[in-house]
Write a protein that binds this ligand. Sequence first.
Ligand code: PRP
Length: 179
Amino acid sequence: MNKDLQSIVLTEEQIAQKVKDAAKWLDERYAGKKPLAVSVLKGSVMFFCDLVRAMKTPVQIDFMTVSSYGANSESSGMPKIVMDLAASVKDRDVLLVEDIVDSGYTLLRMKKLLTDRGAKSFTTVALFDKPSRRQVDIKADYACFEIGDEFIVGYGLDYAQQYRNLPYVGILKREIYEK
Ligand code: PRP
């Protein structure tokens, strides 16, 4: 385990099982359809790559970079689109993949944006759900794992852009982000 972590939340094996379960749920939901899977970068990149490869449904993939935290632990409440999608979402079944739903501002912003652009349907899958931090009334259609108000990093999730490449998810020691 990385020395900056106090404990592991999900091991590589547990993540793999969550990915498999989510992919099965999505394959049933999208039977006969060809959704456009959108990774909300950067946090969702690891989960996204594993999830779309575990799905049997033929998907197209696209990416959007959205940022609202920077180096802070509180959301700015105004997610910024740093890089937009290349594909049009008009009349598409859009699958939005997030690493975590925290305040809910990012998900709300994405949902409004993609609906305004004419998406036919909008389904969201998140690896983590942190309901205790929610500021707006929104939730993912499928959340793999519910977590309390802990600072988690790894498997895409960062603190000040670090720890994203850990293959597991753990709780960051308080002394790291409070110093
Ligand atoms: C994180 C995470 C989600 C969002 C969730 O992204 O990846 O996209 O915050 O938080 P919210 O529900 O409070 O909006 P962040 O803005 O930190 O950028 P990153 O993905 O590049 O880490």
